[in-house]
Design a protein around this ligand. Sequence first.
Ligand code: DAH
Length: 346
Amino acid sequence: MALDDLPSLESEILSRIKAARDEREIEEIRVWAFGKKSRYAELKKSLGKREKESAKELGLRIHASNNNTLQAWSARRDEILNAALEARLKAETVDVTLPVDPQPRGKIHPVSQVFAEIEAIFADMGFSVRYGPDIEDDFHNFTALNFPPGHPAREMHDTFFFEEKEDGSRMVLRTHTSPVQVRTMTSEKPPIRIIAPGRTFRCDSDQTHTPMFHQVEGLVIDKETHMGHLKGTLEAFVKRFFEIDDLSTRFRPHFFPFTEPSAEMDVAYERVDGAIKFGQGDKWMEILGCGMVHPNVLKNCGLDPDEYQGFAFGMGVDRLAMLKYGIPDLRDFFSGDTRWLEHYGF
Ligand code: DAH
């Protein structure tokens, strides 16, 4: 290559550098303009064949030109890299003014809330929690609890029966949480002080009944336990549950096959502008069933009624939630409507 070609080589390289658009193009120019097979390299190789003086002069000019184009190249490469970085930062920008979590928020269902409240109150009184299965056998749901076979008491519960097995027995969806009493007495030694929260099932549906509902069972068994303990425990419970210190209660005689004597506990209320106000008043609201554990139940569970006695109680959790939090229709509890949960949830 002739020495006179140097200016045109330089301007060709500079114009290609200027035209480079991205990292790949600028890298190709580096190899083409400054690599081992570039025209600068060719020129340098040819220097040896020249006269010393002209070789020196040519060498200096090649060197200057090479420096000049190399500078232009690295400036253009910086430009390209910066522009690429700029574009990436722009594309990955986060808008910090957007809402943090635009998803709908979950809430605690009133039934879960009331379960937790009841458990906390009884835990403070020294009770622990036991669970039993939703699908029960006849023994635990009825027989051990002193429901005689064929006795109308069995029909009090609109029971969901499973298909008969070969031996003629039928499993049931438990109609109450009372079978957990039986499971506890047959597997643990007194003193016993437990509550059993859980799901229960009866074939019934209207504004205050759903086929699946919730109960909390309670059981206390010891040697000296009497009706006074029952009253004291349950009165303390309802006062704390409704958060009213001067809440009047009464115990009204009732019948349950598994307790003797049996009672229902009522709390006093009055209507103020159509709303129920608990505490005092001339009206009574039934809250729960209770009684002293029937000697037959103790015997059925392997305990000696001459040695042990105790009390039991059972309450409807959904109803307590409706009363405490002013929820009008029980069926809405299980409709899965997020607007309802947003309003009544915790
Ligand atoms: N099992 C009863 C029901 O579902 C509630 C009940 C009443 C439970 C009295 C008890 C009790 O333990 O002593 O209607």
